[in-house]
Design a protein around this ligand. Structure first.
Ligand SMILES: [Zn+2]
Length: 483
């Protein structure tokens, strides 16, 4: 008989999970008191061949789609599951063509798909585990342990740093990764070159600043890890460097976004990569791998602990109910933004695609040129990315400025995107075993470096654009770029 429990239970936040009354078993996997995205309601698990489950809503909102749970002591036993309320999911129609993800190592990146059927009412899947413990999820979760390991890897790398920029609704730290110039070659007396940057006496408190910074934007000043201003600003970061921003998981169940961020960061830390060296010589990267740590810990699809959809909070973020956006926006005001990517997952569309800022009041021919350049470069750098399918384009002036990409693009007059990856698969190159996956998300993240490299010269070189823009006829076809 199989026993079933929440994927990542226990801890101080367990009470907010609304655990089902009939949880039969709990797995001890506790790290720093935070829970790890488990979400399921068990209707009846007495019969392993007819396990009745329900998808529960976000902790403080009615969104409902994410599920993640672990089954123990079921090796060799045929299991049959039914998510009985799947028709009540927020994007129920998106279950058409979807297959459930599974792994024997919930914190790892080796996930596979299991045969799944959707009849318009219930989502059903059957599987016989090979090992005693298995996790099933809507998509491969990105665990807190993996998040911490990623930050540790960054913090150990020369020229890179983890900064705490604020707190979530529930008091979790908001982490920003800052990656500056590459360390000089060892042949160039590396100890001298890296000395200032490497001295991290208070690693969570260092933040590049510039002359425009003020106390208003000092989002982390009152947090437990706050206290800016008491550390040296790396001189090379303080001025004259382009600022490339990427944020992931505003919608916490869209975990592919953090897998992508991991891939981007892994490549950026590889200073043997000549493209990385060239880009880092001129630009600094500001990456928030997880914009919604509460929502991730609570097993939410779309909202934070206060029930806020963070990607509708950018016009007027609230320190109380959307402090995550409030903190990130304040740092952007401090350091500036020259290119912005807000990374998401899309339940319905089986493609990777970008959504730009064509609906913004300040959208311009310059930005259209940059969009074409970036998208075509990314198409060439990673074949999982395409620019044929995506969201309908906004009408001029019809952009929603409460979303991150539109707000940042308008505020900083910069190239700004929402980047979407599928929950299902890339229909142009489907993988029957893994579908869309952590590995493919990571590869796309790494490829972003190539697109950034090609666009870097153009991001702020307004005056140099005229000859590249051709006839400037203003149409939307993408055949008139110089790429
Ligand atoms: Zn999203």
């Amino acid at each position: 008989m199989a026993s079933i429990g929440l994927g990542a239970p226990g801890g101080s936040g367990a009470a907010t999970l609304c655990p089902p009354r009939d949880v039969l078993y709990r797995v001890a996997m506790q790290i720093t008191g935070e829970i790890d995205g488990g979400a399921i309601e068990i209707v009846d698990a007495t019969d392993a061949r007819a396990i009745r489950l329900a998808i529960r809503p976000d902790s403080a909102a009615e969104f409902r789609q994410w599920f993640c749970f672990r089954v123990d002591d079921a090796a060799g036993e045929p299991l049959a599951f039914a998510l009985e309320n799947a028709a009540e999911a927020t994007y129920a129609d998106a279950f058409d063509g979807y297959r459930v993800c599974a792994s024997y190592d919930a914190e790892g990146d080796r996930w596979f798909r299991v045969p799944t059927t959707w009849d318009g009412a219930q989502l059903r899947f059957e599987h016989t585990p090979d090992e005693p413990s298995i996790t099933y999820a809507y998509f491969a979760p990105f665990s807190l342990a993996r998040h911490q390991a990623l930050l540790a890897r960054v913090d150990a790398a020369p020229g890179a740093e983890v900064v705490t920029i604020g707190e979530t609704v529930q008091g979790r730290p908001m982490h920003l990764v800052v990656i500056g110039p590459p360390p000089r070659d060892e042949r160039e007396e590396r100890e001298d070159a890296g000395s200032e940057w490497d001295e991290k006496t208070t690693p969570d408190a260092t933040l590049p600043d510039d002359d425009e910074g003020d106390d208003e934007g000092d989002a982390q000043g009152d947090g437990p890890d706050g206290g800016r201003g008491d550390t040296e600003i790396p001189p090379s970061l303080a001025a004259q460097r382009l600022k490339i921003w990427l944020i992931a998981r505003q919608h916490p169940g869209e975990t592919m976004a953090e897998w992508l961020a991991e891939g981007l960061l892994a490549r950026l830390l590889d200073v043997d990569d000549p493209t990385v060296r060239a880009v880092r010589a001129r630009a600094s990267f500001y990456v928030v791998p997880n914009m919604n740590p509460d929502g991730g810990a609570l097993g939410n699809l779309r909202t934070n602990a206060a029930g806020a959809n963070l990607n509708r909070e950018w016009l007027e973020p609230s320190p109380e109910t959307s402090p995550e956006v409030h903190a990130a926006r304040a740092v952007m005001e401090d350091v500036g933004v020259d290119l912005f990517l807000d990374v998401h997952g899309d339940e319905r569309n089986p493609w990777c695609f970008l959504a730009g800022c064509e609906g913004n009041p300040g959208y311009s021919e310059r930005l259209r040129f940059l969009e074409n350049l970036f998208e075509q470069t990314l198409c060439a750098a990673n074949a999982d990315f395409q620019d044929e399918y995506g969201y309908p384009r906004d009408e001029p002036g019809g952009g929603d400025l409460s979303t991150a990409a539109n707000w940042v693009g308008e505020r900083f007059d910069c190239l700004a995107y929402t980047l979407e990856m599928p929950f299902k698969d890339n229909a142009n190159d489907p993988d029957p075993w893994v579908g869309w996956s952590p590995g493919r998300s990571r590869e796309l993240g790494a490829a972003l470096v190539d697109a950034v490299a090609v666009c870097l010269d153009s991001l702020r070189a307004h005056l140099d654009l005229a000859p590249l823009l051709g006839d400037g006829d203003g149409d939307d076809d993408e055949a008139d770029t110089s790429v």
